[in-house]
Design a protein around this ligand. Structure first.
Ligand code: UDX
Length: 456
């Protein structure tokens, strides 16, 4: 008898690959075989980064790659181009891959789990008559916003090409975070052309989601009950974290610098500011230096993730003499083992761009936030953090669009000087973690889905 065999298809960006890999590892622990499909470019990065720690992946996960439609030198952070290239090339390649597997001797593909943002993969699965699960790596609220696009057009809030007609605050339902219409996910993704492409992709994904037999997301009912009430078809199965299954996280595009964990061991409890902006955020020189000086000014210890591509400067991006001056209190690394960092007792707060993975990782460890959102769903996540859960503070830009050092310093002091933030964060941590334990709602949903998958 053949074993259930899942094909997992992420959207080709780091913040999407990590949580789908986490879900894949959970499936493997329940006896499934998983073929995980990256683009050629991302696959190379993952394999290079994995070389440092081969133990992170189970032998029941087969990493494969398909052409992603972009040349190696083309910019992957331009999301419009990334979407266009992916949708042009990958559907045909995925179809060929599935047919090849199914004609072979091994286990036939029984189910496709595709990132909801890669709706084309659900369309391929439907065409080949394979069962389908849509996985959403971010909040239920942002997916609810996407599902509400027809209503937003009908209400005259946006045009049918996604253009925002009125700048206003809206709330999709009581209890949900308020959103600025100009900060709708697609409306803050690059230039106008990119925004229109992203919007069209979301409209297509809305149709594709209807092909899925389950829609699951990396969130918990306790974190966003209103969103799950508005869109009951979305089922929470999170927070998906390596620590919950007592494993290591995997599928990173950069090698992790784990020396920072030993450095954290030497710091007093609740003393370190952790600063990280996910995988794509980019700083201009002025803002980068302002942040650097703010951390120095704070007179606290800090661990700062400075990705090799975080600024456009090829030479030293730091203020003159900076690295020597902060050597005794600050550590900069290219890529940290973030989930382990956030679980470390010396972390006091998280200065974050509010990507959903970072948000959920910070919450799961009871860490308060300083919020610095850039694009995508990050403004909505900030609103959850500051307005709904009240576990963080927003940073304000000045008239030049810069967050100045004084603002950062004073918000650090305000956040760490008020124990209520930490107390609320600790409470949320308990709530979130309960949901993935036996008896919790995310746990129950996950169990139902795997039972169903076994029958596919
Ligand atoms: C993007 C979007 O920003 C996010 O809002 C969306 O929900 C998913 O795609 P990204 O910007 O990379 O992702 O941010 P985030 O969602 O926070 O994901 C970053 C991931 O990289 C996290 O899992 C984090 O633990 C990991 N990370 C980050 C590291 O492991 N080490 C680091 O040094 C920095």
């Amino acid at each position: 008898m053949s074993n259930p065999h899942i094909i997992a298809v992420p959207f080709p960006a780091q913040g999407h690959v990590i949580p789908l890999m986490e879900l894949s590892q959970c499936l493997v622990n329940h006896g499934f075989r998983v073929t995980f499909v990256n683009t050629d470019y991302n696959h190379k990065q993952v394999v290079n980064a994995l070389a440092a720690d081969e133990s992170q992946l189970s032998d029941r996960i087969c990493l494969v790659s398909l052409p992603g439609g972009l040349e190696p030198w083309e910019a992957r952070h331009e999301v419009g181009k990334l979407c266009e290239a992916t949708e042009r090339v990958m559907p045909g390649k995925l179809e060929e891959l599935i047919e090849k597997i199914n004609q072979g001797e091994g286990d036939k593909v029984t189910c496709v789990i595709a990132d909801e943002c890669s709706g084309w993969a659900l369309e391929v699965a439907e065409k080949l008559n394979i069962r389908r699960v849509a996985f959403y790596p971010a909040s239920a609220a942002i997916l609810t916003l996407q599902f509400s696009i027809p209503k937003l057009i009908h209400q005259g809030i946006i045009n049918d090409d996604g253009t925002v007609l009125r700048s206003q605050m809206i709330q999709l339902a009581p209890g949900m975070p308020t959103m600025k219409t100009t900060e709708f996910l697609w409306a803050c993704m690059g230039d106008l052309t990119a925004q229109k492409i992203v919007f069209q992709v979301m409209v297509r994904n809305n149709k594709a989601a209807k092909l899925a037999e389950w829609i699951v997301c990396n969130s918990a009912y306790e974190l966003e009950p209103a969103a799950f009430t508005v869109a009951p078809e979305i089922l929470p199965i999170g927070p998906l974290l390596a620590s919950s299954r007592l494993g290591n996280s995997a599928c990173y595009f950069w090698p992790q610098d784990s020396t920072c964990l030993q450095w954290l061991d030497q710091q007093p409890p609740c003393s370190v500011i952790y600063v990280a902006f996910g995988s794509t955020t980019f700083f201009d020189q002025t803002q980068f230096q302002e942040l650097a000086l703010a951390l120095e000014l704070s007179q606290r210890s800090f661990l700062w993730v400075v990705r090799p591509d975080i600024t456009d400067k090829t030479s030293d991006p730091y203020p003159e003499g900076y690295q020597d001056r902060v050597a005794s209190c600050g550590l900069m690394v290219g890529w940290a083992p973030q989930q382990k960092v956030l679980a470390h007792p010396s972390i006091a707060c998280f200065l974050s761009h509010c990507g959903w993975n970072s948000t959920i990782e910070g919450l799961s460890n009871g860490v308060p936030f300083l919020c610095w959102p850039y694009c995508s769903d990050q403004f909505l996540n900030e609103s959850y953090i500051c307005d709904v859960w009240k576990v963080g503070l927003k940073l304000k830009k000045n008239e030049n669009g810069i967050i100045p050092q004084g603002e950062i310093k004073s918000k650090v002091e305000q956040l760490l000087g008020d124990e209520n933030f930490k107390a609320r964060a600790s409470k949320l941590k308990e709530m979130g973690m309960t949901s993935v334990k036996e008896g919790g709602q995310s746990h129950r949903n996950f169990k139902n889905i795997i039972e169903w998958m076994k029958t596919c």
